[in-house]
Design a protein around this ligand. Sequence first.
Ligand code: GLU
Length: 290
Amino acid sequence: MLRFAPSPNGRLHLGHAYSALLNARISERLGGRLLLRIEDIDLGRSRPEFVAGILTDLDWLGLRFEAPVRRQSEHFADYAAARDALAESGLIYPCFCSRGQIISEVAAREARGEPVPRDPDGAPLYPGNCRHLSAGEAKARRERGEPHTWRLDMPAALRSLTAPPVIRRFSPDDGVLETVAADPGRWGDAVIVRRDVPTSYHLSVVCDDAQQGITHVVRGQDLEAATDLHALLQHLLNLAAPAYHHHALIRAEDGEKLAKSKGSESLADLRARGITAEDVRTMLGFGTVD
Ligand code: GLU
């Protein structure tokens, strides 16, 4: 069982088309099924017109998905239950720090010459202040309605393991598996539950992949490092873990990553300039004769 899981916060571009087409090709090779999941937990950025655009673009590419399409925003209760299970185990803690406070704390540490490690995306690791709040203070602040995220207590989570979690990778050509050790520690005390919704990308993705019985995840290399965190969450929540293939990203001519935020041409733009779905498939290496 495979899935294509776009976030509806912009129109799809060639990178999404490549990922969706590769999912379809691998699913066919494996004799599997392909699901579509709309990752719309970001209520501020997700828009109904982008969901409609995703459906139009995938249909245009000739891709068909099973109904019903899962929308993450309809499953907040499931994610809240996973959050509660993690909170119960004491491996996540509420964090009341604002982004601004974290930035100043990191700057102060750097000014004192203390090294501040960075996560694989280059962001400074959370210095861990709220990890040391007493249970009583944390509870009182939550009860007063203070906005908070929930962070993984990474040192405690790692101590709770008897062996490092593993990631199974599969080859898209022959399905052959290899197992590698994950290194979730490099993400530090990552945010597992955002301030505004009872989940995060990381929590929803592991819950949904398990819930939907996903056996093979095919997604871009930009999410490869996050898989270390996913492997840890799967272990802590006792969830089934799929095998992964992270494909190379389709880049713009200047070598930059394609991104909605950078104004990369969308599939809708290409269509408007007369490019056909067959042209896109051929351009991406999925032509009929390949
Ligand atoms: N929703 C994510 C994105 O659009 C993809 C998540 C995944 O494939 O795990 O980048």
